[in-house]
Design a protein around this ligand. Structure first.
Ligand SMILES: NC(=O)c1ccc[n+]([C@@H]2O[C@H](COP(=O)([O-])OP(=O)(O)OC[C@H]3O[C@@H](n4cnc5c(N)ncnc54)[C@H](OP(=O)(O)O)[C@@H]3O)[C@@H](O)[C@H]2O)c1
Length: 247
């Protein structure tokens, strides 16, 4: 699918899925506004706005959206991808400060981004698409990932609420479990002690067998949800198929 003439925001674009989405969508002609704490994968340029900030900083999020609109005129699709997995441990051993930081990034930072985009769409002509990157862990419990599972489940429900509030005003909202992707987050999982994360062997086997979804595969499906035929009104929670099973 062609992304020419679409302006797309991607948070968490310095590495992993966000960086891969940025490279794929840039090659397909999109105008991009990218952010992360360290430098995004693509440099500032004619079709790229690159910003460095923490999504926990709501005023930085608002400035970034304003800059994107000044540069490109409007935002058509906003992808909330920035996220962390740590802390990984049973609840009885969790450091509460680490849990608080996690929720501030994965839930409250994302929520601030959603608010800025919802307000943008309300303030201009035409519709828009919001995609929140969720996880299979939102919909299935994993021992050792209580904070991650809880925050991603909250992202699912938050997105359903946004859909109810905004769908009559042209905003289509999706919470997408992207499948497993070979990123730093997966490396962190494989470096975990099995005592803290009993599912470890399954993730080690995925690496051995190359059972991953690539960012290019995910990008195609996100574009189709946002601008194509596959996104149906009210179908907010989406799970992408496994790429290797489709080969
Ligand atoms: N990998 C998987 O198998 C998998 C599976 C299901 C869902 N997901 C979800 O997919 C998304 C991307 O994961 P990934 O595997 O690509 O992770 P990753 O390789 O660790 O990359 C995470 C990205 O988020 C950014 N980020 C983290 N905290 C941030 C903050 N406070 N403010 C701004 N940016 C921040 C990071 O950049 P900086 O560090 O430079 O800020 C980085 O660009 C996450 O939401 C994750 O939960 C991943």
């Amino acid at each position: 699918m062609d992304a020419t003439d679409q302006t797309i925001v991607i948070t968490g674009a310095s590495r992993g899925l966000g960086a891969g989405l940025a490279e794929t969508l840039h090659a397909q002609g999109a105008r991009l506004a990218l952010c992360s704490r360290s430098a995004p994968v693509l440099e500032d340029g004619e079709r790229v706005l690159a910003a460095e900030f923490d999504v926990r900083d709501a005023s930085a999020v608002a400035r970034f959206a304003k800059d994107a609109v000044s540069r490109f005129g409007r935002i058509d699709l906003w992808i909330n991808n920035a996220g962390v997995l740590a802390p990984i441990a049973p609840l009885r051993d969790l450091d509460l400060e680490e849990a608080r930081t996690h929720v501030e990034i994965n839930l409250l930072g994302l929520l601030a981004c959603c608010q800025v985009f919802v307000r943008h769409v309300r303030g201009r002509e035409g519709g828009g698409a919001l995609i929140n990157i969720s996880s299979g862990a939102a919909r299935k419990p994993y021992s050792g990932w209580s904070v991650y599972c809880a925050a991603k489940a909250a992202v699912d429900r938050l997105t359903e609420c946004i859909d109810l509030e905004e769908r009559d005003h042209g905003l289509r909202a999706f919470s997408v479990a992207p499948g497993v992707i070979d990123t730093d987050m997966q490396a962190l999982i494989r470096s975990t002690d099995e005592a803290d994360f009993p599912d470890l062997p399954r993730f080690v086997a995925m690496k051995r067998d190359g059972r991953y979804n690539t960012p290019a595969f995910i990008a195609e499906r996100l574009l189709d949800l946002a601008f194509g035929e596959s996104g149906r009104p009210g179908d907010v929670l989406v799970s992408l198929p496994n790429e290797w099973e489709a080969r």
